[in-house]
Design a binder for this molecule. Structure first.
Ligand code: PLP
Length: 486
């Protein structure tokens, strides 16, 4: 192909024509630096010329520095010398759209203090990897790949791996959800599920209700999509229904969705009572506002029995889109979640999923399904409920004991939430960082980042010793700020 444009003419010497062609290609960067050229024998056959002409051309190219030979390996281009040096600098900052600007501005990984080996970090709410059942997962991998073979490695279906979909439909049924008019879409975790729903059913400028504070990624996606977020406070008294009703009457008919995390809410850790779920569901139904229910870690209960998701109140209606995820209750690295909704909704989301990323890896879905089906998940849940439950109770007690606070929240999950008495969480974070402790400042969870006196403490990956040590440091730093001279 490199030589298809070289038409040998009868006027100039053949070796000059070959030499000029190659030097021109190298100068333009069409033969990249260090790439291998055909041997003299090969090139003479390609061009149907004598080998001598090619040898002569290569000799001259070598002496001009365009090519070099390595004995036993061949002849290579040396383009550094001549490739066009004119510069080209696209102004990507000017081209960037709101989506990218928002994603970058709200990128916690880039903008917040990151973990270093000697820090006690309460930032993360990822599971503790040492609890993962690697052997069980290896078995699932071998089992599934021998059963399904190449099918798991070929293109699959956008909606997801059928056995996994059926498993999850039954799983949701056991949670009290009537699935007879529902279906499931498998997604890359909760995050993709939310993104697909919002990209399918909202347009810039649409209104959406959100608890305030709420999951930072959710705020980021909504802002990136230019949605108007109507924030409704959630605090030690739970969701502020008076505020919700005020906003409903103010923005009547404009609101499309309400996003809510009723169990182990992030960041407050609150679980919404069955009565409040009922009240919330009926308010949304009355106002014809579809509910996006985030059930990301509702399995992580440590004491009382499980409260049914809001989706279970929807019966044969179609007003609730439930998003589940295995990120907290199993392995976040698999990036597998699901959307459960009315069949017609799932059919639309399926097409959007196909349009965006085709489907979630079938190999991953197959392994996960095998692990779930063979009881690995149930065993793991029993183990981690005890493991995280003990840590949760300990962290909760330590926080009460050591941190001067207005209130501390948390009913389960992998974190607790501390409301300070007028202490700026950023100032506190700086002081704690000097003493080797970091946490997630609460302001990142607020829609308009106006609350600066809260923090989220994730304890899942810390030892009991570090939980106590770290919380003591935070408490001491709070007191240092309260009484600067003491
Ligand atoms: C409120 C909430 N929903 C969902 C998730 C899980 O998201 P994903 O499944 O994309 O990892 C998280 C993770 O921190 C979360 O805090």
């Amino acid at each position: 192909m490199l030589f298809s444009n070289l038409k040998i003419n009868d006027n100039d010497p053949i070796y000059t024509q070959i030499k000029n062609h190659i030097s021109d290609m190298i100068s333009k960067g069409l033969i990249p630096d260090k790439s291998k050229l055909p041997s003299t024998r090969e090139l003479s056959q390609i061009l149907k010329v004598s080998r001598n002409s090619v040898v002569l051309a290569y000799e001259e190219l070598k002496s001009d520095g365009y090519i070099y030979s390595v004995s036993g390996k061949g002849t290579f281009a040396n383009s550094k010398k001549d490739v066009a040096k004119s510069s080209w600098c696209v102004n990507w900052n000017n081209l960037e759209n709101n989506y990218s600007k928002t994603a970058t501005k709200m990128d916690i990984i880039k903008n917040e203090i990151s973990w270093k080996s000697n820090l006690i970090s309460f930032k993360s709410i990822s599971p503790d990897g040492s609890m993962f059942d690697i052997d069980e997962l290896k078995k699932s991998f071998l089992n599934r790949i021998s059963l399904e073979g190449d099918k798991l490695l070929n293109y699959g279906y956008a909606q997801g791996y059928k056995p996994l979909i059926d498993y999850l439909l039954e799983y949701m049924n056991k949670k009290g959800v009537d699935t007879s008019n529902k279906d499931i879409l498998i997604t890359n975790g909760f995050t993709e599920g939310l993104d697909i729903i919002l990209s399918s059913f909202t347009s810039p400028g649409d209104y959406i209700i959100c608890e305030n504070p709420t999951h930072n990624t959710t705020i980021k996606i909504m802002k990136a999509l230019n949605l108007n977020i109507i924030n409704v406070d959630i605090d030690e008294n739970g969701l502020n229904f008076n505020m919700l009703e005020e906003k409903l009457s103010k923005y009547k008919y404009k609101i499309k969705f309400a996003y809510i995390t009723p169990s182990y809410h992030n960041p407050t850790g609150i679980v919404m009572s069955p009565e409040s779920r009922y009240k919330f569901y009926n308010l949304m139904k009355k106002n014809n506002i579809a509910i996006i229910e985030d059930g990301f870690n509702e399995e992580l209960l440590y004491s009382s029995s499980h409260i049914f998701p809001i989706a279970s109140l929807d019966n044969l209606n179609n007003g609730v889109l439930y998003i589940g995820s295995f990120s907290k209750i199993l392995f976040p690295g698999l990036r597998i979640g699901w959307v459960l909704a009315d069949k017609n909704v799932i059919s639309k989301l399926e097409s959007v999923k196909r349009c965006k990323t085709i489907h979630v890896s079938f190999l991953d879905q197959g392994i996960l399904y095998d692990y779930l089906y063979n009881g690995g998940f149930e065993k793991y849940m029993k183990k981690i409920r005890k493991f995280y439950g003990d840590k949760f109770n300990f962290a909760y007690e330590c926080a009460h004991k050591y941190i001067p606070n207005e209130y501390i929240l948390g009913d389960g999950g992998l974190h607790i939430f501390v409301k300070l008495k007028n202490i700026n969480c950023r100032e506190l974070l700086d002081k704690c960082y000097e003493k080797g402790v970091i946490f997630m400042p609460g302001d990142i969870f607020y829609v308009n980042d106006y609350k600066h006196d809260t923090l989220r403490l994730g304890f899942s990956r810390l030892s009991f010793d570090d939980i106590e040590k770290g919380i003591k440091v935070i408490g001491q730093c709070v007191r240092d700020i309260e009484n600067p001279k003491s």
